[in-house]
Design a protein around this ligand. Sequence first.
Ligand SMILES: Nc1nc2c(ncn2[C@@H]2O[C@H](COP(=O)(O)OP(=O)(O)OP(=O)(O)O)[C@@H](O)[C@H]2O)c(=O)[nH]1
Ligand SMILES: [Mg+2]
Length: 580
Amino acid sequence: MPLARPSIRHFCLGSTLTPFLYPSLSEACALSIARRCFVGRRAPLARCSSSTTESAVSQSESYYEQPSHLNPTPDNYALTPFADRCILTVEAGSGGHGCVSFLREKYIEEGPANGGDGGSGGNVYIQAVRGETSLHKLARRRLMKAGRGRNGQGKVKGGERGADVLITVPVGTIVREIQRHDPIADEIEEQELLERSRGRTRRRKPKSEEKRAELGDEVEQGAYRKDKWLVFPGMVPSELNRLAFPPLPPPRKSHLAALQPQAPMWLDLDKHMETPMLLAAGAMGGLGNPHFVTPNQYRPMMATRGDTGMKLSLQLELKILADLGLVGLPNAGKSTLLRALSNSRARVGNWAFTTLQPNVGTVVLDDHKGRPKVVKRGRDGLLRDNFTIADVPGLIEDAHLDKGLGLGFLRHVERAAVLAFVIDLSAGDAVQALKLLWREVSEYESMRGKELNAETERRMTERRTVTYTPPGSSSPPSDPSDMIDSSEFDTTLEPLEFIPTTPISAKPWFVIATKADLPDTQDNYQQLHKYLAGMNEDAEPHPSGRKNAWKNGVQAVPVSAIKAEGVEVIPQLVMDLLEE
Ligand SMILES: Nc1nc2c(ncn2[C@@H]2O[C@H](COP(=O)(O)OP(=O)(O)OP(=O)(O)O)[C@@H](O)[C@H]2O)c(=O)[nH]1
Ligand SMILES: [Mg+2]
């Protein structure tokens, strides 16, 4: 399909009309722009004389025809792989097995037990880091598994610890637990239930066999369990039947397990993390045969197997945390604006839905090349030298009914501190366009509000611990062999529930009126300006129709993104609004 380029013929007329982008129209705006203008700013790129000459016409015409950074050909863009949702199964490492071994030396035929303990399994950590921008790598991997501990060896050599894994995610990722299978936690719970049913309120410390023998207690006998015990290699079944097994040692958890987030896990990683955070601690290794030496059994022929690591099925969702979110109809010029303000190479094309995934650009306020600095401090009191902008796919009328690309992408601007409504002055009534955008944004807000209520209700009724239930059964399995492999975890991807943030309508916002270089756009801008002035003076209601909506001197900035005219005022405006 041939790609439609903008018709250029009449553009030149517009550009001659906008040497300073409507200074006479908006005294207030011009004043504020002048106030915000940086000292030593570069002159606007194209300043035309008021008289339209032949040469000016042809110059302007060639300006629009010449591909440039701001007027790129549709194939001039950088597309980074992107995914903002994924399901990930993480598995903590299983413990290595204990070892059954005996000292054998010259003249010591039947030496004492000297089997080492198994190493513990590797841990799974998560870290939100600034450089990451997408979850696509995790979406492809689907399973992250920590290393298994090595088995113990003779001469009381303990097994090596399993390798840890680190999951790095972009800042702004929300992690929610879907399912959990923790065999040791289940075992501990089962034992506690058993003890409670026997009428013991407090767990008694198990006495050692020696102590019991001293006290004349009957020594408890355990039984052989294939999933728990390891016996001396080469032992035949008849020997195994004669072997007296001690009671199984109580289930053990790594001391690191106390640092794990409580179940059900819900993490909002909205800050850069200097150190990783533990998600799942590795399981303990098995005990070597010296642990089972008793006065009666000098050479125990058994050791325990390492514990199985816990498995977690997690849902990850990225909600980009940009300072400024661009909201606009398709083809309004959002991506061009992003290119004009940052070094982004977002795709630009003269058709709707050129942008299909969010783009984030960084506006450098001071590039150490003599460019004026916007002097503003962030909330932490530090001088800010940049801010980020998120450009998302365009919204259309009835997007809340899933038309166009729906409202899903609004979640990327939902957490932005400031919103900019990008309105195309050449595409009909700007006021109507602004109202339409706000209508869709309010629909999104009410949708999220309902989700929040449902989520609060759900959390109130939900049990604190999450247990794994195999498909088709209503109660958790009692036999560990019933436990199902992680590959059978339910991996349906539902949108994550609402995380309470500032309502969108309560965020500071302003309007960027684009394509101000085109002819016959001044009237449209004037109408928009009048409407916003009326709204600021309470003569007009807020376009969202909400009560506590923000309207603290909303401005409309006329710009020509394609020529980078008028965009210089945006950084200072955003920095001022970021302080609101
Ligand atoms: N004359 C003029 N044309 C512009 C301006 N800004 C953008 N355009 C043109 O408008 C068309 C659409 O621009 P985009 O930046 O792709 O618009 P968008 O809002 O990102 O569109 P979607 O990604 O589809 O939502 C392109 O042909 C741009 O060259 C402007 O300030 N003046
Ligand atoms: Mg775009």
